[in-house]
Design a protein around this ligand. Sequence first.
Ligand SMILES: [Zn+2]
Length: 152
Amino acid sequence: MNDDDIAPKLRTPAVSPPKPLPHPQDPVEQEFWQRCQGGTLHFQRCGECRTWRHLPRYMCARCGSPSFAWEPSSGRGRLFSWTVTHQALHPAFAADVPYVAAVVELDEGVRMATRLTGADPATLALDMPVALAFETIGDGFRLPVFTPAAGA
Ligand SMILES: [Zn+2]
């Protein structure tokens, strides 16, 4: 089969464009991504009721307090949900298909949309233990992703 037999969206581009990077406008979102660049995953934790939260925001959804601190995540969690992507919706991801887009529930209780790498999609299971890793994209941007944890 030559390239003319493949629908344009399914063709692998000769030169892949760079993967899009997050461009957060909000200072608390910017701080979340800045901390990832240091190779650690931090979440906000309420200064009053101690509830962890993600996505970054200015007030606690549980008690309404504006007081918070950034605290390091254990980096451990479980696979909460996932989908296997077989068609790249952006040409920068064409070489990666199939890949796993996932929601991970961290031990801290927050859930995070992410990517699961290093796993055979056929072996995935709900509540499978996963561990934090960082994937470098673009010019050294560190993106938090997850991999199956030892013993998974
Ligand atoms: Zn609170």
